[in-house]
Design a protein around this ligand. Structure first.
Ligand SMILES: O=P(O)(O)OC[C@@H](O)[C@@H](O)c1c[nH]c2ccccc12
Length: 263
C-alpha cells in the first residue's frame, strides 16, 4: 500500500486532521531540502508537497513565483531535485508529493519522470495543468509505479465532475478553496463550507483543502469541514524569513480531536 493511503488512514483513524505543507525545492539551495523536510515532519506534516521551479507557473501567486525564480537562479531542475530526494529519502518517513507543471515533465521525459520518482521514493504528484481528460499519457504509468496522481477540484467544479474526479480514488482529493491562484487570502468565499461538505460526501478518499490558508484560525476552521489543509505560500515566506517558530505554531493549529480520556 502507498505511504499516502497507509499513513493518512492511520492519522484519520486516530482522529487527527492532515497538515500538508508545500515548499519550493531549491529555494535556498537543494542543500537545505533535508533540514526543511525534517523540520516539517517533526512538526507534524502528514505529507509534504515539494514544488519544482518553472518559468511559467500559471496557478501560482507572487510568493511562489518569487520562490521559483530564486530556485531557478540556484540552478534547480526536476532532475537535480529527484537526485536530492533519493539521497535523503531514508531520513524522511512521511509521504513526499512532487508538485510540478507538465512542461518540466515533458522536458525531462515522461518515462524517466515516472521511473526516477519511483526509484527515489516519491509517493505522489500534483500536476495542476493536467486535466483528467488528458491524464492517460501519465496516469497508467504512475499507477503501475505505485505513485498516486493527486487530482484537484475547485470551488467552481460542478458536482458531477467532482464525482468523476473523486472516483479515480488516488491519494487525496485536493480541494482548491478559491477561484484563482495560490497565495494568502484574508477570507474565503461563503460557499466554501457547502462545497467542502459536498466534496466530502462524494469522495471516498481524504479531502484536503488548500489555497489561501495562512493563519491558525483558517487552519482550524477549514479542517473542521474536511480531512486536512495544505499551506504553501505562508510556509514558503516563513522559511525565506527564517521564522521557523511561526511555522511550528501554524502547524500546531491543525485539529486533533480531543483525546477521549477513558477514565
Ligand atoms: O500557496 P497557498 O495559497 O497556501 O496554496 C497551496 C499551494 O501553494 C500549493 O499546494 C501549490 C503550489 N503551487 C501549486 C499549483 C497548483 C496547485 C497547488 C499548488
Amino acid at each position: 500500500m502507498n505511504r499516502i493511503q497507509k499513513q493518512f488512514s492511520e492519522r484519520l483513524n486516530r482522529g487527527e486532521k492532515l497538515f500538508v505543507p508545500y515548499i519550493m525545492a531549491g529555494d535556498g539551495g537543494l542543500g537545505v531540502l533535508e533540514e526543511r523536510l525534517t523540520f516539517l515532519e517533526q512538526n507534524g506534516a502528514a505529507a509534504i508537497e515539494i514544488g519544482i521551479p518553472f518559468s511559467d507557473p500559471v496557478a501560482d501567486g507572487p510568493t511562489i513565483q518569487k520562490a521559483g525564480i530564486r530556485s531557478l537562479k540556484e540552478g534547480t531542475t526536476l532532475k537535480s531535485t529527484l537526485i536530492k530526494i533519493g539521497e535523503i529519502r531514508s531520513s524522511i518517513n512521511v509521504p513526499l508529493v512532487i508538485m510540478t507543471y507538465m512542461n518540466p515533465i515533458l522536458a525531462y521525459g515522461i518515462d524517466q519522470f515516472v521511473v526516477n520518482m519511483e526509484k527515489v521514493g516519491v509517493d505522489g504528484c500534483i500536476i495542476p495543468d493536467l486535466p483528467i481528460e488528458e491524464e492517460d499519457i501519465l496516469a497508467t504509468k504512475l499507477e503501475e509505479a505505485g505513485i498516486e496522481l493527486i487530482r484537484l477540484v475547485t470551488l467552481v467544479t460542478p458536482k458531477e465532475r467532482v464525482e468523476k474526479i473523486a472516483k479515480k480514488g488516488q491519494g487525496f482529493l485536493y480541494t482548491v478553496t478559491i477561484k484563482g491562484i495560490t497565495g494568502i487570502r484574508n477570507e474565503f468565499d461563503k460557499s466554501l463550507v457547502n462545497f467542502l461538505e459536498m466534496v466530502k460526501e462524494v469522495s471516498n478518499i481524504p479531502v484536503v483543502a488548500g489555497f489561501g490558508v495562512s493563519t491558525a484560525e483558517q487552519v482550524k476552521e477549514l479542517s473542521l469541514n474536511c480531512d486536512g489543509v495544505v499551506v504553501g505560500s505562508r510556509i514558503v515566506d516563513l522559511f525565506y524569513e527564517n521564522k521557523l517558530d511561526e511555522i511550528a505554531e501554524l502547524m500546531k493549529a491543525i485539529l486533533i480531536e480531543e483525546k477521549v480520556f477513558r477514565g
